[in-house]
Every structure is written in structure tokens, then in C-alpha cells.
Design a protein around this ligand. Structure first.
Ligand code: SF4
Ligand code: SF4
Length: 163
């Protein structure tokens, strides 16, 4: 979800407490990278605490290190995962591989891959349950239709015998 660049969100940002937040960022009073994009400062990745941030929870962000990678990928990744989850024909294994490749390509940007995997699996279970219900309903309707057809066939045979 896109994070609005507001004073309220900036106040909630906890980047200043992060081990990767350095003097350069401090002197520029930088923060709220998930809304404002990456920093121009050179920095060493010493960990990211975005997942503990109320802004991350409020806007259902996937990852972190927004000071390094900017904002775009999180939204794109979220959309892609939702699209894949909604695609009934993609088996879970394939979905996992795609998500895995994606995660690898953004490197350390995803501090909690297990949380992401668990979200994907939960959503996938829900999708499969919906599909299962739809299949069961279709089987029920087809069986009813088959019975009607067989009954009509029997009637036609009896009619022919009488004639
Ligand atoms: S998610 Fe990260 S970048 Fe965004 S406000 Fe929180 S700590 Fe700052
Ligand atoms: S975006 Fe993440 S890594 Fe960067 S300063 Fe904020 S909490 Fe630290």
C-alpha cells in the first residue's frame, strides 16, 4: 500500500533508531523512506527495523531497507503476489519459486521472508478452498443434470416399447 508523505507518518517513523541510520541521514533529517524514496547518503546495511514500525503495519508493507531500495518494488511486489494468488492455475510450488526468485533478486530487502511465505500460503489455502467449493458445486449440478437426462432417456425407451 502506498505510504503518504505526511508529518504524522514522519513522526511515527523509527528510522532514527535503526543501526543503518547514519550521520549523513541524520544531518539531512531524513526519514520516512518508504514514502519519500531512497537516500543519497552512502550507507552500510547494519539491519533494518522497518518491520517493527507502526507505519509498516498500517500500510501493510512487505519489506524494508527503503532507504536503500526506494519505494516502488514493495507496491509492485505486493500487486504481483496478489495477482499470482488470484491465479488458480499456478500451482503453489511454481508460485513459491517465483516469489523465491523475486525475493532473491531484491536481496536483503526482505527481512522476514517467512512472514511473507506464510501470508502467501494462507492466501493460497483460502483460494484453493474457494476453488474446491466451486468444483463440488459443479459436480453436484452435473450429477443432477445427468440424472435428469437418464430419466428422460428411460421415458423415451418406454414410449418406444409401448408404440
Ligand atoms: S517503514 Fe521504515 S522507512 Fe517507513 S516509516 Fe517505518 S521505519 Fe521509516
Ligand atoms: S529504511 Fe529500514 S534500514 Fe533504512 S534507516 Fe529506516 S529502518 Fe533503517
Amino acid at each position: 500500500m502506498k505510504v503518504p508523505d505526511t508529518e504524522e507518518n514522519l513522526k511515527k517513523c523509527i528510522c532514527m533508531d535503526c543501526p543503518s541510520y547514519n550521520e549523513c541521514m541524520k544531518s539531512g533529517m531524513e526519514g520516512l523512506f518508504c514514502a519519500r524514496g531512497k537516500t543519497d547518503c552512502d550507507l552500510e546495511r547494519r539491519g533494518c527495523i522497518c518491520t517493527q514500525c507502526p507505519v509498516s503495519r498500517a500500510y501493510k508493507l512487505f519489506g524494508g531497507y527503503y532507504c536503500v531500495i526506494g519505494t516502488g518494488w514493495d507496491e509492485d511486489f505486493g500487486k504481483a503476489v496478489k495477482a499470482l494468488i488470484g491465479t488458480a492455475v499456478i500451482p503453489l510450488k511454481v508460485l513459491g519459486d517465483i516469489a523465491g526468485d523475486w525475493a532473491t533478486s531484491v536481496g536483503a530487502a526482505i527481512p522476514q521472508p517467512s512472514k511473507l511465505a506464510s501470508t502467501i500460503i494462507t492466501a493460497r489455502i483460502s483460494t484453493l478452498k474457494t476453488i474446491t467449493k466451486a468444483i463440488e458445486k459443479e459436480i453436484e449440478l452435473l450429477e443432477e443434470h445427468k440424472k435428469k437426462l437418464e430419466a428422460e432417456e428411460e421415458k423415451t425407451k418406454e414410449k418406444v416399447k409401448v408404440e
